[in-house]
Design a protein around this ligand. Structure first.
Ligand SMILES: [Zn+2]
Length: 78
């Protein structure tokens, strides 16, 4: 059997705990990226630059058509 001193056992224990925390952090990050519904819905809000009508369009990313006046709106970078 391999002889393990208390300090090396403690070091392995700390590294192991670090890996668990890192793994949980990765899982949490993946969850946040896939389930970012709130941020997506916030980006789905558009305001028409012609008639100032506010509408929701989650399909469009860059350019959306206003349902009221039919004009094209480009996403403004804030
Ligand atoms: Zn409009």
């Amino acid at each position: 059997m391999i002889e393990v001193s208390f300090s090396s056992f403690y070091m392995i224990y700390i590294i192991f705990l670090g890996f668990i925390v890192f793994f949980m952090w990765l899982v949490n990050e993946a969850k946040n990226k896939s389930g970012s519904f709130e941020i997506e819905s916030e980006n789905a809000f558009w305001q028409c630059q012609i008639c100032a009508y506010t509408f929701v369009d989650s399909q469009s990313k860059e350019i959306s058509i206003c349902p009221r006046c039919g004009s094209y709106n480009k996403k403004q970078v804030e």
